[in-house]
Design a protein around this ligand. Structure first.
Ligand code: SF4
Length: 348
């Protein structure tokens, strides 16, 4: 399902470049530093999976790209976002050019398709609306394309289905509708935020296969946000692992899944259920970091099985693990001990 992986620099042909992005949210008793210096790239026609547990900043990264950070309470405080070589946001008060590209060149689908659909409008009206508004098509032209798009995402009886309302569709069908809606603008990048989490396994596989097929046909880049390493293995060319509002590991998917460099990613891999062996599941001990703090050390240190003095003194930068694979862990520093002290971190 994955595109052919070629050895080339990660920044080659970057369609989307996020550099050193910081996002804060004001809450009643302080500030949540949701992103703390995120940098990543998505290449044209390729799939990047963003992986991490809830609250690590995956969805906030997508919101920032789409210009969906709430105006009240949310703020990009530093960094830049470039798309197709143009600056979308920079820390020089360049305004988000949201109207110019969000929903046109970049589209997004969400975990719960019901939230993205209006229950009072027919499916046809909802697919056709952006075509009428953004492309100036007539309503009948919009409906005609809506039928073609439903055909494309394999919804049978499309002519009949466009006249129906969201409650008349199953969860898997609604996700197909969301994909059809996102394709209406012929985006160059599709962001899929946990697109299959709410679906059962067989429907999940159908939706992932559909996304991969459409991506190939349209040479579209795909950013898929997930906590499921099975989805990563199936779909991603590249992976960015997030923890505590930072990217802590990134590179080619096959390399990272085969041999993760960051103890957090090692823990995620060990926590994956193995249906072939009836072994007890291993969870990562402890809780996610408190994002009301700006960390000056490794935020994974309280949960990490390795113990080095530097871990609690300085934030690890991304070190090269091998070609096309970097990890923000002091274990990969040239001066790191070959056999670091292994702490007795209890596992749940
Ligand atoms: Fe663990 Fe230290 Fe690496 Fe952080 S930097 S993940 S505490 S070994």
């Amino acid at each position: 399902m994955k595109n052919e992986i070629q050895d080339r620099p990660l920044l080659y042909q970057s369609m989307l470049e996020i550099s050193d992005l910081y996002v804060d949210f004001s809450v009643l008793n302080g500030t949540i530093h949701a992103l703390q210096g995120v940098s990543l790239t998505v290449e044209a026609g390729k799939t990047l999976a963003i992986v991490g547990e809830s609250g690590c900043g995956k969805s906030v990264t997508a919101q920032a790209i789409m210009g969906l950070i709430p105006v009240v309470g949310g703020r990009i405080t530093k960094g830049s976002i470039r798309f197709g070589g143009q600056t979308v946001y920079a820390n020089d008060d360049t305004k988000l050019q949201k109207k110019e590209w969000a929903g046109k060149q970049i589209a997004m689908i969400f975990q719960d398709p019901m939230n993205g659909l209006n229950p009072t409008l027919t499916i046809g009206e909802q697919i056709a609306e952006p075509l009428v508004v953004h492309k100036g098509l007539s309503k009948s032209e919009g409906q005609k394309i809506a039928i073609e798009l439903l055909d494309k995402v394999r919804i049978a009886d499309a002519k009949l289905r466009i006249k129906q309302y969201p409650f008349e569709f199953s969860g898997g069908m609604l996700q197909r509708v969301m994909i059809a809606m996102s394709l209406a603008s012929e985006p160059k990048l599709l962001i899929a935020d946990e697109p299959t989490t709410a679906l059962d396994t067989t429907v999940q596989n159908q939706i992932l296969s559909l996304l991969a097929e459409i991506q190939r046909e349209q040479s579209m880049a795909l950013m898929i946000i997930t906590h499921d390493l099975g989805v990563v293995a199936k779909m991603a060319d590249q992976v960015a692992v997030m923890y505590g509002g930072r990217v802590v590991e990134r590179g080619l998917s096959d390399r990272i899944l085969a041999s993760p460099g960051h103890p957090y990613m090692q823990g995620l891999k060990e926590a994956m259920p193995n249906l072939k062996k009836a072994e007890p599941l291993t969870a990562i001990a402890g809780t996610p970091p408190d994002l009301s703090k700006l960390y000056s050390s490794c935020s994974f240190a309280p949960r990490c099985r390795y113990g080095m003095k530097v871990c609690v003194e300085r934030i690890p930068p991304l070190f090269s693990v091998r070609d096309q694979h970097t990890s923000a862990c002091w274990l990969h520093h040239d001066a790191a001990p070959a056999n670091p002290l292994v702490l007795d971190v209890p596992h749940d």
